[in-house]
Write a new protein. Structure first.
Length: 270
């Protein structure tokens, strides 16, 4: 099990990040994504995710303000990394929103970071960048038709940005599985007993475990790709918080799955 202090500090950080996201969401102008009939056809039939056709409109000033505030929160939460955070702040604040647009196009992380940046600094920078983009992406997804991610999609990647899910829940009304995107926040339906990583639907090669101290949570394990997915069963659990915070609260489930030899969502970017 993780040190309770680690979980508490992580929860404090992501609670603050979620509050910051909500505050900036209100400042961002409504997005107006537009798609042609042909693009909708390619989306539905070929599985092309929507960001490949139309990207959110970013605001230079808001991006820089967000980077600054996110860096302040991280430095307060992780004072030992203050010097690294200041280095990243200085680098990102010199960039225009075009830099962030490129990140949405390519792998959702900083492409060609400075050679002077360590692996840890690159990882930290990706967290800051993804947190900066989150309110813009949520504004974008909230402007899309409600049927996005419905019965017609059923693929193991996000219909909006193409990212794999890091979390899921089973709906109260019908027990159907809903995957949650860690990059843009979009939700979409997916097969109940199928691996969200490799698509394996051999029920004999999929299992799950539960933890008594976290009622309602099931962690699905795939014997084909050795990946796992945390899932909240709304018929077993009693209420839940914001999904980002639920992910943080259940860190012990990640540790149990990893100890068993399975790998989950690895960007640690949320």
């Amino acid at each position: 099990m993780p040190d309770n202090t680690v979980v508490t500090e992580a929860l404090q950080l992501f609670t603050s990040l979620q509050e910051l996201k909500k505050a900036y969401y209100k400042k961002i102008e409504k997005q107006h994504p537009s798609f042609t009939a042909e693009q909708w056809r390619q989306h539905n039939e070929k599985g092309i995710f929507l960001l490949q056709f139309c990207l959110p409109v970013l605001d230079d000033n808001i991006c820089k303000e967000l980077v600054d505030e996110i860096c302040n929160l991280l430095a307060a939460n992780q004072p030992a990394k203050k010097e690294q955070i200041e280095k990243i702040r200085d680098y990102l604040c010199k960039k225009s929103s075009d830099c962030f647009t490129e990140i949405m196009k390519h792998e959702h992380q900083v492409m060609d970071p400075p050679s002077s940046f360590s692996v840890e600094e690159c990882s930290l920078m990706n967290i800051i960048v993804r947190q900066t983009l989150r309110p813009f992406l949520e504004k974008y997804t909230d402007s899309l038709p409600r049927e996005i991610g419905g019965e017609k999609w059923q693929r193991n990647y996000c219909p909006v940005c193409g990212e794999k899910a890091n979390f899921s829940y089973l709906r109260q009304e019908d027990g159907k599985r809903v995957l949650i995107c860690p990059f843009c926040g979009q939700e979409w339906l997916y097969r109940y007993l199928a691996c969200s990583w490799c698509g394996n639907d051999d029920h004999k090669a999929i299992s799950y475990f539960e933890a008594v101290e976290l009622p309602g949570y099931e962690v699905y394990l795939c014997e084909r790709c050795h990946r796992y997915l945390k899932t909240f069963n709304t018929k077993k659990g009693i209420g839940h918080d914001d999904w980002v915070l639920e992910d943080v609260k259940t860190i012990n489930l990640d540790l149990i799955a990893q100890k068993k030899g399975y790998t989950g969502y690895s960007s640690q970017a949320h």
